[in-house]
Structures are given as structure tokens and as C-alpha cells.
Design a binder for this molecule. Structure first.
Ligand code: FES
Length: 237
């Protein structure tokens, strides 16, 4: 394996030549917050939360997509880096629903944790809120685009891991969404309800339905949905 020498926060390390800066930094136990990055999928570098300083680079760089090279000097925790990450998170929070206490992912939300880790106690920006209806007309999942941070992890889980390709980005700018083709509900798409999208979603933009009674009724009412048989039928005496 070819190695390169780099310096991370003053420490000299050898890392595989094909590493990203994020992999190199995490490899020596330094924490960097990430949102769009997921170790199983190809990195996209879209959220910009993983910013670090690289000597000689014209601006802060997204460490999850920035390759290491011989002699590189990386700084992960300067005041500029911390302030830039904080501003990125605040911009996400500026148009995020303010309903953490009643949210299904409360205390299990990556955005909430990153905001706390960045020391955000007050959001400086007051952004426009989105107002999409929830997509819940299926037996298993609830999609709430108002809570989507456009990390694209659901798209990559569905395509790269599952090979199903239900989701893609649609529209532009503030109106960008992640939707099944033709903005259909999941019950109209090729979704197999494997739940991998909910599994990798960092917020509550896609969650498993937690209303057990409703799910049970929907699963067993052939007029509402196709019956999903999860175990062999057993005759009750
Ligand atoms: Fe690196 Fe999103 S985690 S840009």
C-alpha cells in the first residue's frame, strides 16, 4: 500500500495515498462532524459541514471529498473552521421546522447533535420554512420533506445499496426536494419498503411509521394496501 506523509493538527502521520482528508483525520481519532457523508456510499461533498483548513488551499475544503497528498498540512479546529461549520449548520436550521420536542427523531437526530456540538444555542438567520404535505399513504414509512436537509443519503442507499433507485433530487435552489419519480407517493413508486432510506436519514425526513395499530390495520386490510405476509399462516384451533 502506498503511503503519504501529512500533518494533522501538528501531528505527523502516514496515511494510504488514496485516503480522503476525512478518512485520514478520523483514522487518528479526531472528530469532524459530517452530514451528507456515509462510509458505505460514495461521498458527495454537498453539505459542507466537514470543512477543514488545508495549507495552500484558497478556501476551507470539504474533507470528505478532498484527497490527501504528500506533505499536506491540515488543521481541523481553528476558529475559522469552527465558525464556518457553525454557519453552515445555522443555515440548515434557518428553514428547518422548529419542532424538535415533538419530533420522532428527538435526541436521535444527527442535525440536532451537530448543532449541539457546534455550540449553537440561537440561530442567527430567520429563513423561509417549507410546507410540503407528509407522504404517509403506505404501510411502512413517513416522508416529511420539510425536515429534509438534502444530504442525498437516502438516494444513495436506495440506489447503491438496494439497487432500487426510487429517489432522486428534483427542482432547484430553495425548492430542491428528494422525491420518487414524478413526485409520486412511495405507495405509487417502485419502493419495496426495505426501510434503508429511513435507516440512513440523519433527521426525521424519512422515518418508519411508529403507529403500530395503523400499520397493522393497513397491512391486513386488502382494500387499503397489498397484504404483506411476513410469516407462514398458522391455523388457530
Ligand atoms: Fe463532507 Fe457533507 S460531510 S460535505
Amino acid at each position: 500500500m502506498d503511503l503519504v506523509n501529512i500533518t494533522i493538527d501538528g501531528e505527523q502521520v502516514k496515511v494510504p495515498k488514496e485516503s480522503t482528508v476525512l478518512e485520514a483525520v478520523r483514522g487518528i481519532g479526531i472528530k469532524i462532524p459530517t452530514l451528507c457523508y456515509h462510509p458505505e456510499f460514495r461521498p458527495e461533498g454537498s453539505c459542507r459541514i466537514c470543512l477543514v483548513e488545508v495549507a495552500g488551499a484558497r478556501s476551507l475544503v470539504a474533507s470528505c471529498v478532498y484527497p490527501v497528498n504528500e506533505g499536506m498540512v491540515v488543521r481541523t479546529n481553528t476558529p475559522e473552521v469552527r465558525e464556518a461549520r457553525k454557519a453552515v449548520v445555522e443555515l440548515l436550521l434557518a428553514n428547518h421546522p422548529e419542532e424538535c420536542l415533538s419530533c420522532q427523531r428527538n435526541l436521535n437526530c444527527e442535525l440536532q447533535k451537530i448543532a449541539a456540538d457546534c455550540g449553537i444555542r440561537k440561530v442567527r438567520f430567520d429563513g423561509e420554512k417549507k410546507n410540503y404535505p407528509a407522504d404517509a399513504a403506505n404501510p411502512a414509512l413517513v416522508r416529511d420533506q420539510n425536515k429534509c436537509v438534502l444530504c442525498g443519503r437516502c438516494i444513495r442507499a436506495c440506489s447503491e445499496r438496494q439497487g432500487v433507485h426510487v429517489y432522486s433530487f428534483a427542482n432547484r435552489g430553495f425548492n430542491t426536494t428528494v422525491v420518487p419519480a414524478f413526485n409520486a407517493g412511495l405507495h405509487e413508486a417502485a419502493c419495496t419498503f426495505c426501510g434503508q432510506c429511513a435507516n440512513v436519514c440523519p433527521t426525521a425526513a424519512i422515518v418508519e411509521k411508529d403507529d403500530t395499530k395503523e400499520v397493522w390495520e393497513a397491512l391486513h386490510d386488502p382494500k387499503k394496501h397489498v397484504v404483506v405476509q411476513t410469516a407462514p399462516a398458522v391455523r388457530v384451533a
